[in-house]
Design a protein around this ligand. Structure first.
Ligand code: BES
Ligand code: MN
Ligand code: ZN
Length: 495
C-alpha cells in the first residue's frame, strides 16, 4: 500500500513529478512546479525538441540533475488556475506511470488548499493495481509506487494535513470498490460479498466508529417477503443476500439512505446475454460496492450525517429454478411485478431495497440508489458520464454540485411521465420492462414507483462509467473505477 505525505522541505525522493502545460502563444511549453522553485530553462528546450505537447495523459520521463529522474505530466493548456480535476488526473497519470518505483515528490500547481487536496487525491487514486489472482505472471507486473509526497508550502498547516488524511481515506475506499468489482464471480458471490463487507466494517472500527452491519440470508429474505431479490437469485446455486450497513454519528444533521444494485454476475438469466462482452457483467455489483464503501468512508471522516445503506445481492443465472418470462413476483411491501424480461433484474432487487430502506422508524432526508442499470445509459451518455434522475430538483442540483467538485461526471436526465404507461401489465401491478426507446428513463420510472413521492430521491445509473474496458487514463485504471463514491462522500461533507 502506498503512503501519502505532504512536505515543503528538502526533497528526499529520487523522482520528481512536475507539470507540463501547452503555452497559449506559439508552440511553447511551460513547466509548472507549483511551490518548488527550479531552473527549467535548459530542460524546456529539450522537451520541445523531444516533441512534448503538455497534453493530458502525456507522461515524459527524463534523467534529472538534482534528482535521479524527472517525470513531466500533461496539464493541457496553461491557465492561471488549473481545475481541480485537471490536477487530479495529471497526478494520477504520473503515479500510474511510476509503478515499480519507491517514491516520488509531486510538485504540481498548488495555489490553494483545494489544489493541494486534488493533487494528493489524484496521485493516491492512480496508485492502484489488482494482482490478487496473479501467480506466475505476478513478477511481470510492477507493484504500485510505494510513497507519494505532495510538495506544498501549506505542508505545516492543519488544513493541508487533513486534506492528506481525506485523500488517503478516499483512495483506500475507492480501492475497496475497485477490488470488489474486479473480483470475478467465482470468488465474489452474494455470500462472500457480505462477508468481505462484514470484515471491512470490523476493520473500520465497527461499533466504536458508529458502524453496524447485518445480513439477511435466503431463508430470511423468503420469509420476510423480498420477492425481487429471491426472484432474481433463485436461478443460482449461490443464494442471495441483503446486506445492511448503518452509520450513526454522535449527532446527525441529516439521515440519508443508500441502496446499491449488487448483482454479482448478470448472465441475463433465461434471457441469456450474448457471450461477447458478458465478462464485463462481473461489474454488475458496482452500485452496491460504491454505496457500502462510501458509507465506510463517511464514517472514517466522522461526518455528522447518518447513513443507512442497503445492498441487495444476487446472481442472475439461467437454470430450471430461474424466473421465467411471465412469472409474477411480489416486491417487499406487496407490489406485484410481471417479469417479462429476467435480464431487467437490477430494478427488481432495487425495488426490494428501496422499500425496505424507507421502512425504518428514522425519518430520512433523502434516498439515493446507485446501479449499473441499463445499456441505454451507455448509449445515451457514453462510458465516462453517469446519469442522475430525481423527484426533487433541489436535491439533484446539490448532488450535481458535489459530483462536479469531486471530479465525477454526472448529467441530469428526465423522468417523462408519458413513458410510465409502457410499464403497465395486463396481469400484475406493473411489468419489469416498458418502452425500448428511452430505456434508461423507463428504468428510472419503474424505480420511482417504489419511492414515497415526498422523499427526495436520486437514481444514479452508472452502467458505463463503473467499469473501464478501454485504456487506463488519468487516475482511472482498467476495470472497476469506483465511480459514485467521491460524489456521495462530497454530498455528505456538504451536509
Ligand atoms: N446489467 C445490465 C445493464 C448494463 C449493460 C450494465 C451494460 C453495464 C453495461 C442490466 O441488468 C440489463 O441487462 N439491462 C437491460 C434492461 C432491458 C432488458 C430492459 C438492458 O439494458 O439491456
Ligand atoms: Mn440484466
Ligand atoms: Zn444487471
Amino acid at each position: 500500500m502506498t503512503t501519502l505525505k505532504i512536505s515543503d522541505g528538502v526533497i528526499k525522493d529520487e523522482v520528481l513529478v512536475l507539470g507540463l502545460a501547452a503555452a497559449n502563444s506559439k508552440a511553447g511549453l511551460v513547466i509548472e512546479s507549483g511551490d518548488l522553485t527550479i531552473d527549467t530553462q535548459s530542460i524546456l528546450a529539450s522537451l520541445i525538441e523531444m516533441g512534448a505537447t503538455g497534453n493530458a495523459d502525456e507522461i515524459i520521463k527524463v534523467p534529472g540533475t538534482t534528482v535521479r529522474m524527472m517525470v513531466f505530466t500533461g496539464l493541457g493548456k496553461k491557465t492561471g488556475a488549473y481545475s481541480h480535476e485537471v490536477l487530479r488526473r495529471a497526478a494520477g497519470a504520473a503515479s500510474r506511470a511510476l509503478a515499480g518505483s519507491t517514491g516520488a515528490t509531486f510538485a504540481l500547481p498548488s495555489d490553494s488548499l483545494q489544489s493541494v487536496a486534488a493533487v494528493a487525491e489524484g496521485a493516491a487514486l492512480g496508485a492502484y493495481a489488482f494482482s490478487e489472482f496473479r501467480s506466475s505472471s505476478k513478477s511481470d507486473h510492477k507493484a504500485v509506487i510505494k510513497s507519494i509526497t505532495v510538495y506544498s508550502k501549506l505542508a505545516s498547516t492543519s488544513e493541508a494535513k487533513s486534506a492528506i488524511t481525506r485523500a488517503k481515506i478516499i483512495a483506500d475506499y475507492t480501492f475497496l470498490v475497485r477490488d470488489l468489482i474486479n473480483t470475478p464471480p467465482s470468488h465474489l458471490t452474494p455470500d462472500t460479498f457480505s462477508k468481505k463487507l462484514v470484515a471491512a466494517v470490523k476493520a473500520a472500527g465497527g461499533a466504536k466508529a458508529g458502524l453496524t452491519v447485518s445480513v439477511l440470508d435466503e431463508k430470511a429474505l423468503k420469509s420476510q417477503g423480498f420477492g425481487g431479490i429471491i426472484g432474481v437469485g433463485q436461478g443460482s446455486a449461490n443464494p442471495p443476500r441483503l446486506l445492511h450497513i448503518s452509520y450513526s454519528p454522535k449527532t446527525a444533521k441529516k439521515r440519508f439512505a443508500f441502496v446499491g444494485k449488487g448483482i454479482t454476475f448478470d448472465t441475463g438469466g433465461l434471457n441469456l446475454k450474448p457471450g461477447l462482452g458478458m465478462e464485463a457483467m462481473k461489474s454488475d455489483m458496482s452500485g452496491a460496492a460504491a454505496v457500502c464503501a462510501a458509507t465506510l468512508a463517511i464514517a472514517a471522516l466522522k461526518l455528522p450525517i447518518a447513513i443507512e445503506t442497503w445492498a441487495p445481492l444476487a446472481e442472475n443465472m439461467p437454470s430450471d429454478k430461474a424466473t421465467r418470462p411471465s412469472d409474477i413476483i411480489t416486491i417487499f411491501g406487496g407490489k406485484t411485478i410481471e417479469v417479462l424480461n429476467p435480464d431487467a433484474e437490477g430494478r427488481l432487487v432495487l425495488a426490494d431495497g428501496l422499500v425496505k430502506a424507507q421502512n425504518s422508524k428514522n425519518k430520512l432526508d433523502g434516498i439515493i440508489d446507485v446501479a449499473t442499470l441499463t445499456g441505454a445509459q451507455v448509449i445515451a451518455l457514453g462510458t465516462r458520464t453517469s446519469a442522475v434522475m430525481t423527484n426533487n430538483d433541489e436535491f439533484s442540483a446539490e448532488f450535481l454540485e458535489s459530483a462536479a467538485a469531486s471530479g465525477e461526471q454526472f448529467w441530469p436526465m428526465p423522468l417523462p411521465q408519458e413513458l410510465r404507461a409502457s410499464l403497465d401489465s395486463p396481469v400484475a401491478d406493473m411489468a419489469n420492462i416498458g418502452d425500448k426507446s428511452g430505456g434508461m428513463l423507463v428504468a428510472g420510472l419503474f424505480l420511482q414507483e417504489f419511492v414515497q413521492p415526498d422523499l427526495p430521491w436520486l437514481h444514479l445509473d452508472i452502467a458505463g462509467p463503473a467499469f473501464n474496458t478501454a485504456a487506463a487514463h488519468g487516475y482511472t485504471p482498467v476495470g472497476g473505477t469506483g465511480i459514485a463514491l467521491r460524489s456521495l462522500v462530497t454530498l455528505a461533507e456538504k451536509g
